[in-house]
Design a protein around this ligand. Sequence first.
Ligand code: MG
Length: 339
Amino acid sequence: MQLRFSPYTLELRHAFTTATYSRTTTPAMLVELEHDGVIGYGESAMPPYLGESQQTATAFFRRAQPLIENISDPFQLEDLLPAIDAVAPGNTAAKAAFDIALHDWVGQKFGAPWFRLWGLDAAKTPVTSFTIGIDTPEIVRLKTREAAIYKIIKVKLGRENDREMIETIRSVTDTQITVDANQGWTDRDEALRMIEWLAARGVVFIEQPMPKAQLADTAWLRERSPLPLIADENCQRLSDVAALRGVFDGINIKLMKCTGLHEAHKMIVLARALGMKVMLGCMTETSCAISAAAQLSPLVDWADLDGAVLIKNDPFDGATIVDGKMVLPERPGIGVRKR
Ligand code: MG
């Protein structure tokens, strides 16, 4: 199996601002796996705060290359993906690119999209939220109006102007809101008061209210919170899920954190067995990684798969968002083609 990888810079439509940083581009790597006349496409999206870069991904792919070139049976996902995972620790976005490309290749060989291989109903894809970053009231109003087709708006909070952000959005729309505090609330009593205030304003759930080290405080908050709490920074991989029961009500799965579709599917199954809610999220990504994640979306409660809509230079055509809902193309693999 032949591996090709090249750096690509995602250009954002708006500067992306959260509790801890702001930026206008996202470094990415585009990956192709070619074998037996078929090319599978994959992608790593690497927001800098997560610690991966085009350099670390390049080093990882060079290290994995001999193993990948030796693959004679690409259908053996259960052996191949753990072997790639074992090449080096971390590098979850680089691993996700390989995982996505391998799934794409396998699906194309079977002539079926992955939602079909998993036995899912494409009509059950969820609506997806559209993320609005922290900004001035004028820009927030503009972004909210632009997001009119979406049935859920996701708001990044965790700064001093949290209430102003919500009131600004509420001055434009009464659509559902989900809140991502990105670990921004450090005092549990204040966090509870904020969540009660948000619940009275039509907020549906709170993502990662407190710093990931404050698990005991988060469990205290969950006992009292009128809204479900969803783990993001606390939930990277399959091995994290079981310990979060009783601390959070659900988990946010992202392909770039969990090494790809193979592990994401297992995380959904485990979370369900533990009685937890599941959300499927993303970074700013091209339609390649978004379409891959969308294949799993009929299994989840909430999707936050607006990543490709947030960039100006998407090189792929794949899953789309129609009236706020994910729509899966009837194409094999992860359902993408190059523009
Ligand atoms: Mg989050």
